[in-house]
Write a protein that binds this ligand. Structure first.
Ligand SMILES: [Zn+2]
Ligand SMILES: [Zn+2]
Length: 359
């Protein structure tokens, strides 16, 4: 009898141990899942109240580190290619060139140049991340739904442009209703089909950065172009100095490679920067310019200034300063913050509106 009781107690203890182990494993698995979901938030809503999990439902964004960084699911990793093309020459210079230049330089000037070169590379990397992975100025969804969160039909007047008054009598500011986001878009904003969001002062969707360029990251985009141009030119200069210090060019093959690579590579950000100088000087975003010429290809089209534009500041320079250094404004949808109201309609995907004619 006592043997039987002992066996029963042993069995109970072993069951309890297994249950505790299973519960512990389950807890660990749950925590690991939560952590992974925090590191990369794909299109899977896990029931949490964090906005970065909700925004994956209403956009094509993928969030990293709890909504701190973002990219677009359709970006095809071009941004990784761009980042590697920045890092590879820097790594080659650091491994093969820098030491020789630093220790065999005859003055402080060259060392200063090397420090300045690294500073601009750091600036390039930081502006790249801020332009590619930060909020371009996403507008909240479902703000203007005329008493019909459930019905899909919208009033006829929502299909027309709304014309707002402007200081210039001959200029018009138009507003359009976004049927996908269910909002009256603020002036100069537009819907990006790649990101599937409306963006404030939308310039363009950059496939190389995997993000939209809008009101909140335009200055980082410009900073990225300027710093990459300067970093390329400094790279060419430093490699040329290194080449002049050796007795034969064959003794510094990396210098020749870097001069060719950066000499050719600088052209892309340089052309893009010049193009944006003319665009901002004429007070146009890329989106507005392409719409005005009626083409998706800006090559061989002249950029002209529309003096009747409601946004024109009176001079090329004032326009340039106004658009390049425009106020970033508030983050309208901050994925890092916990949402205030559970089941907030702004983070729900509501089917696109249509008229009775389309049914
Ligand atoms: Zn929209
Ligand atoms: Zn976009």
């Amino acid at each position: 009898m006592s043997d039987f009781i002992m066996k029963d107690t042993d069995q109970q203890m072993s069951d309890k141990c297994i249950n505790e182990n299973t519960a512990w494993q389950h807890k660990l698995l749950n925590s690991a899942n939560k952590f992974l979901h925090w590191v990369i938030t794909l299109d899977t809503y896990d029931g949490s109240e964090k906005i970065y999990t909700h925004m994956t439902e209403t956009s094509n964004y993928v969030f990293f580190f709890g909504g701190t960084l973002r990219t677009v699911t359709k970006s095809r990793l071009y941004s990784v290619f761009v980042f590697c093309s920045l890092i590879v020459p820097l790594a080659l210079f650091s491994i093969f060139e820098c030491r020789h230049l630093w220790y065999h330089s005859h003055g402080l000037h060259l060392r200063t140049l090397i420090i300045v070169f690294y500073y601009f590379n750091l600036l390039t990397a930081s502006s790249f991340f801020r332009a590619a992975c930060s909020d371009p100025g996403v507008v909240s969804r479902n703000v203007h739904m005329p008493g019909m969160a459930i019905a899909y039909q919208i009033p006829r007047e929502y299909y027309n442009h709304v014309i707002l008054p402007s200081e210039n009598q001959s200029a018009v500011i138009t507003m359009k209703y976004c049927q996908t986001c269910r909002i009256w878009r603020p002036p100069r904003s537009s819907h990006c089909p790649v990101c599937d969001v409306c963006v404030l002062t939308h310039d363009h969707h950059c496939i190389w950065l995997g993000n939209c360029i809008g009101q909140r990251n335009y200055r980082f985009f410009i900073a990225f172009l300027i710093s990459s141009i300067i970093a390329c030119l400094l790279q060419v200069a430093l490699s040329a100095i290194r080449l002049s210090n050796v007795t034969h060019p064959s003794k510094a093959p990396v210098s020749i490679l870097l001069i060719c690579y950066c000499g050719l590579g600088v052209q892309y950000p340089l052309i893009l920067f010049l193009y944006h100088i003319f665009l901002t000087g004429t007070q146009q975003t890329t989106h507005e310019y392409l719409r005005s010429i009626g083409s998706k290809n800006p090559i061989f089209h002249k950029i002209t200034r529309d003096r009747n534009s409601p946004y024109d500041r009176g001079s090329f320079f004032k326009n340039l300063i106004h658009l390049m250094f425009q106020e970033r404004g508030w983050i309208l949808v901050d994925p890092t913050k916990r949402q205030r109201y559970p089941r907030d309609v702004r983070f729900q995907r509501i089917p696109e509106a249509h008229t009775m004619e389309n049914i």
